[in-house]
Design a binder for this molecule. Structure first.
Ligand code: SF4
Ligand code: SF4
Ligand code: SF4
Length: 275
């Protein structure tokens, strides 16, 4: 669609005009689907060479709720994460590949401090497991192996050697897969491992998910100092496992809690704690 939409403009204004926009090797404009933890999401069209910082903070209006920027996944489920230090890179086909990502489908998913890199990598790998046609072994076996390891880490059952295993399998898949699905499936995991190895290690060593996304590692509780006993969390709890008198601090029964996070979202006083 994007290609077809470019044709009438190029025919009308000429190839030279089109080639005058963009960078030396990546000409013209590019459409991105800007989404995630961003104030202004939607389809945008920018000249090649625009920086990610301009896209995220000028066009996208910055991170929702004043949260801290963590990374941006470009290129869809087979792309890679780009972090703060690389935000001023002018976007082109070549620079994205050099940063370990790609243009791909033009997807651009912005993540903030509440996103967990293990959870995100597991999500993308599950997508690749589903999409793999099974014709070649590196992709068919590799995606399943990586998904199993990521799942193990997200449950707090991983070991340090798993990180080397992920990298070894990822490299083999990238080199030996028959098509680009397997050839790029490891990108999100490899990128997050490169930039956020400490977060992987927290899951493994401390059994901790700092973003509170890996359910097996999360415990919800209520701070009695902050709780005013409004009862909103108890009304939202689907189990229900929150009790307390009106205007008195409430309590969560952790044995019955299914870790849905509804109480955390509901509380306006920051009294629900995730650790
Ligand atoms: S790399 Fe391509 S051909 Fe090989 S299993 Fe994956 S989708 Fe099929
Ligand atoms: S919503 Fe917050 S303040 Fe209200 S009862 Fe629950 S924890 Fe307490
Ligand atoms: S996380 Fe869900 S199930 Fe657990 S206490 Fe909160 S609302 Fe209830």
């Amino acid at each position: 669609m994007e290609t077809l939409a470019n044709i009438p403009v190029i025919l009308t204004k000429g190839a030279e005009w089109f080639a005058s926009i963009g960078t030396e090797k990546s000409k013209g404009t590019k459409v991105f689907a800007l989404t995630g933890k961003i104030n202004n999401s939607g389809l945008i069209e920018v000249p090649m060479g625009t920086t990610l910082r301009e896209i995220i903070f000028d066009i996208g209006g910055g991170i929702r709720g004043g949260k801290k920027f963590k990374g941006v996944q470009t290129g869809g489920p087979s792309g890679g994460i780009i972090v703060e230090k690389d935000l001023d890179t002018p976007i082109s086909y070549e620079t994205l590949v050099a940063l370990g990502s790609m243009m791909g489908s033009g997807g651009m998913i912005v993540m903030d401090e509440d996103d967990c890199v293990v959870d995100v990598s597991k999500f993308y790998m599950e997508f690749c497991v589903d999409e793999s046609c099974g014709k070649c072994a590196p992709c068919r076996i590799g995606t399943n192996q990586m998904q199993a390891i990521l799942s193990k880490i997200s449950k707090g059952k991983g070991e340090e050697a798993d990180l080397d295993r992920l990298e070894r399998i990822g490299k083999a898949m990238t080199k030996a897969s028959l098509c680009m699905l397997g050839g790029s499936a490891a990108n999100p995991t490899m990128g997050t491992l490169r930039h956020f190895r400490d977060e992987y290690m927290e899951h493994i060593r401390d059994h901790k998910c700092r973003a509170g996304k890996c359910k097996d590692l999360v415990v919800y509780s209520i701070d009695p100092e902050k709780c005013i006993g409004c009862g909103l969390c108890a009304r939202k709890c689907p189990v229900p496992c929150i009790t307390g008198e009106k205007k008195q601090p409430h309590v969560i029964d952790v044995l019955r809690c299914i870790k849905c996070g509804e109480c955390f979202k509901a509380c306006k006083f920051g009294a629900v704690l995730v650790r």
